[in-house]
Design a protein around this ligand. Structure first.
Ligand code: DX5
Ligand code: ZN
Length: 218
């Protein structure tokens, strides 16, 4: 399992230090939540912030685009230093075209689905994606409660990807993830877990990372 801490819950007054502390603790991915105030009822940050963080970090930048019509911005995010761009299926009329464009730029491509969106939305996109992000809260804010129906959705997603010959597509889960549910999420088929509020604010980060990993050992 890969843990991808969400920058949204980091100390925004000391971001460079936060990223260094994550790397020193053994974290390899960073989840960057981009919100436009239109697709979701919140505004966060855009390419300039990612560009500023990029030179000082070796973390894999997993960029979650919660924006309307994300194709307008993929070039800017790639140039800023994104390693993976995840678009919402609900926010793009032509997701296949956008996913292809992301890959042509040399970026990994992912599709996110809101809790109420059926897996049918990605059935004909499976060959265009590297990761499926299953939202376990409605996007917009950190600190929300995990939606239990997510467990069945992860299992169904794993079956669908396996049946389509895409067992290699990563399944990421985002929202309300904490050490108490990591074992069940991984058992259901999750590969990458995002955590904001349950990760940051618990220093030192090496011990917190271990707390997320420990339930998987038993
Ligand atoms: C929600 C974001 C999440 C969020 C996770 O819209 O996409 O990445 O920051 O925060 P927690 O782990 O606190 O639910
Ligand atoms: Zn996210």
């Amino acid at each position: 399992m890969i843990l991808s801490p969400s920058l949204l819950s980091a100390d925004f007054s000391r971001l460079a230090e936060e990223l260094q502390a994550l790397e020193a603790a053994g974290v390899t991915w960073l989840h960057l939540d981009v919100m436009d105030g239109a697709y979701v009822p919140n505004i966060t940050f855009g390419p300039p912030l990612i560009k500023a963080l990029r030179p000082g970090s070796g973390l894999f930048f997993d960029v979650h685009l919660m924006v309307e019509d994300p194709s307008r911005y993929i070039r800017d995010f790639k140039n800023a230093g994104a390693d993976m761009l995840v678009i919402h299926a609900e926010a793009d009329r032509h997701p296949q075209r956008t996913l292809s464009a992301i890959r042509e730029m040399g970026c990994k491509a992912g599709v996110a689905l809101n809790p109420g969106t059926d897996l049918g939305a990605i059935r004909w996109l499976v060959n265009d994606m590297d990761m499926l992000l299953i939202m376990s809260v409605n996007p917009g804010f950190s600190g929300q409660a995990f939606i239990p129906a997510t467990f069945d959705k992860i299992r169904a997603a794993r079956r669908l990807l396996d049946a389509c010959g895409r067992a290699d597509v990563l399944i990421q889960v985002d929202g309300g993830v904490c050490p108490e549910n990591t074992a069940q999420l991984v058992e259901a088929g999750a590969d990458v877990l995002v955590s904001g509020s349950a990760f940051f604010g618990h220093k030192p980060y090496d011990a917190r990372l271990a707390a997320f990993m420990k339930p998987l050992a038993g």
